[in-house]
Each structure stands twice: as structure tokens, then as C-alpha cells.
Design a protein around this ligand. Structure first.
Ligand code: F6R
Length: 242
């Protein structure tokens, strides 16, 4: 694992955007795995900034997102489709047909999971996967106890994850109870993984990730088996490391 400590959230975001930008520059048809949540917002802002400043085109680039809530329409204000459009896609010249997320309103959820795995396969796999980390070690919506062999599947969200995500909804009860998430095996098959973390509330998770054993009880721990993992975290998130 390559560890990069930054002085601030902004520097973490700039460094992460730089890694993604270089990847797109060296391979314009890059397949990028994307995350949502609070942590990548700065990375997306920086990426848009680089795109506008340096005029690198994203027309040939493809994206596959980690997850989507079950039961939310693509255009629901809190859906991850909407998040990605608002915070990244509409600001780049990426064709809409190149962006992929699971469909939260699919009638046949098992069929939707299979379709999503097929999408990743047909794109030739993920070149670079951007990840955030949950305080309980979740990656995507792969909660503690998820099999390391998992592919795209439907999950019931834990109370702690629903609570953490309630900040985006007007009422905690509006947070969906289920989500579709890319599985751990699909994440691990990416050629490169970029994990970003910021703030004190992630410090324990980073400590467990770096220093503890690999266990399905802490899903992110599996990332240590990946040959090409970079963790970019600010000093607060790294503060418990020796
Ligand atoms: C969302 C996702 C989640 C988040 C994690 C951290 O697509 O993959 O695993 O990365 O919940 O969320 P934030 O960044 O909001 O702390």
C-alpha cells in the first residue's frame, strides 16, 4: 500500500484528482470506478477544474459507480445518479452513454445486479477505482460481514450507515433501507485502487485498515491484498497511526 498524507482536505482532493487526470491523459478510454458521499466532492471539483484549465477531453472515458439506493428513481434529488450528474458528469464532456450506475428502480433486482456485472465485464474491467471508506470499514455499500467473493448484490443498510447518510435527506426515515452495490471481488479486480479519507471521524477506520488483520468484519481490510493500492488521507484521518 502506498500511503500519502496531506495537510488538508483540499490537498487530498487535489492529489486524488491529479491521479485520475493523469490516468485519463495516458489512457483516454479509461474505465473509472466512482464513489459518492462527502469525501470525493473536492476530488470531483478539482477534476472539473483540471478539465477546464487543461482542456483534456473526457469524451472517450467510461465510468461505473459503486452503488445506488434501491427505490429511488434516477432523477430523485438524493439518488446517486443525481449526485454524479450534479457534481461531475454535467461539467465534463463525457457522453451520457459512457456513465453507468446500478438502477435503483429496477423491478428485477437480481437481474439488475447481473446486468451491472455484465456492464463491468463488457467494458473490460475497471482501470482505476476511487473509494471512500465508512467508519465501520464499508466500501461501496459492502457492510461488515460481506463476503470477499461478492459480486454486485442488494444489501440491507446498517443503522449506522443510514444514520451517517441521513444528512442528505430531510428525514432519517426517508433514507432507503436497501442499496445495490458493486461487490468486493469486482472492486478488487480493478487494476488500481485509490482510497481517499479525510477528517478525525475516519481516523479509527484508517488505523484499523493499516494496522489490523484482514477480516470480512472490516471490509476495507481486503484492500491490503491489492497490489496497486494508494491511500491519500489528510493528517486528521492519519492521526492515530504510529
Ligand atoms: C458511496 C460509497 C460509500 C462511501 C462511504 C464514505 O458511493 O461508496 O462507501 O464512500 O460511506 O462516505 P463519506 O465520504 O460521505 O464519508
Amino acid at each position: 500500500m502506498k500511503l500519502i498524507e496531506t495537510a488538508s482536505y483540499e490537498e487530498m482532493s487535489q492529489k486524488a484528482a491529479g491521479v485520475i487526470y493523469e490516468q485519463v491523459k495516458s489512457k483516454p478510454n479509461t474505465v473509472l470506478g466512482l464513489a459518492t458521499g462527502g469525501t470525493p466532492l473536492g476530488t470531483y471539483r478539482e477534476l472539473i477544474h483540471l478539465h477546464l484549465q487543461k482542456k483534456e477531453s473526457f469524451q472517450k472515458f467510461y465510468t461505473v459507480n459503486l452503488d445506488e439506493y434501491v427505490g429511488l428513481a434516477d432523477d430523485h434529488p438524493q439518488s446517486y445518479h443525481t449526485y454524479m450528474d450534479e457534481h461531475l458528469f454535467q461539467h465534463l464532456d463525457i457522453p451520457a452513454s459512457h456513465t453507468h450506475l446500478p438502477r435503483g428502480l429496477a423491478e428485477d433486482l437480481d437481474g439488475e445486479c447481473k446486468r451491472y456485472d455484465q456492464v463491468i465485464k463488457q467494458l473490460g474491467g475497471i482501470d482505476l477505482q476511487l473509494l471512500g471508506i465508512g467508519q465501520n470499514g464499508h466500501i461501496g455499500f459492502n457492510e461488515p460481514g460481506t463476503s470477499f467473493n461478492s459480486r454486485t448484490h442488494v444489501v440491507e443498510l446498517t443503522e449506522s450507515t443510514r444514520k451517517a447518510n441521513a444528512r442528505y435527506f430531510s428525514n432519517k426515515d426517508d433514507v432507503p433501507t436497501h442499496a445495490i452495490t458493486m461487490g468486493i471481488q469486482s472492486i478488487m479486480e480493478s487494476s488500481e485502487i485509490l482510497l481517499i479519507a479525510s477528517g478525525k471521524k475516519k481516523a479509527e477506520a484508517i488505523l484499523r485498515l493499516v494496522e489490523d488483520e484482514i477480516t470480512e468484519d472490516f471490509p476495507a481490510s481486503v484492500l491490503k491484498r491489492h497490489p496497486n493500492l494508494t491511500l491519500i488521507a489528510d493528517y486528521e484521518a492519519m492521526s492515530l497511526l504510529k
